[in-house]
Design a protein around this ligand. Sequence first.
Ligand SMILES: [Zn+2]
Length: 284
Amino acid sequence: MIVQDLISRIEKLQNQYKSTFEKYKNPLLGLITSRWYFSDSFRLFLDTDVNWDNCGKVDLVSDMAKKLQEFDISTTTGSAFEKSVCSWYQPYHYTPRTNWGVHIRYRCWGILSARFNKECPNLIENPLDSVKASFFYFYIHGLCHHIIENVVSNVEIEHGDPLLYSNYLSYTYSEDFNTTGCLEESLANSYLFERSILCHIDQDYLKHELLSQGEGYNGFINYVDSKFSYGLQKLISQIVKEYFDPHSKSKITKTLELAGFFNFSYIQNIPVWIHRMPLRTYTY
Ligand SMILES: [Zn+2]
């Protein structure tokens, strides 16, 4: 099912349970801060596929590559996705649905690119590829969050239960965030780590970078190679609970093979949003 169909079916399901649903606020808002969550953003790749070649043709990317020296890599701005409020995935389960997708802070993107250009073995003195690699670093981590949402959406539709994802995000993901128990962040980093070639980032360098991130994020190391699908089963069974039974006739565990969802494809084309400035707050 293409994502637009999935979203309209989720919307329909949520509308049937409107009064129950209204109490759910996106818990990410609390983690990212409303200053960034609600700040102005603009879309990249509006008319083109998100892939390595097209990335180099985006004006913002080539402009950033020309001025990498302007980004101060000695600052403490981190590269740990949601934890350092550098990038985040905004699920389509919450309204307004217009801004769902992968969100990236321009300054974090520039600083990480400048770092790659200075120290990532295969990217040294290659500003354009450093900017592209840094973009895919954020994008592929976000893509894993998106695919997890899609898997859960399929179960919600199959069972007519619209609350699985929101319950999980409010009561499991947010409570585990920034702890070793945050399985979704471990898996998103494992997904990224396994795709170091797609990102054009030296794998040892990437490993070192991801291991230096906080609790949960650095746990990717426990889910590499064949352990990824074990972690995935563990996460999905946590989210969809009674609907997850490998011996049942459920579509999600039988006809649709769980791992199949996670095969990388450039045609995913998740909307990408860039934020330059936090929301201004005025004092009177
Ligand atoms: Zn994440």
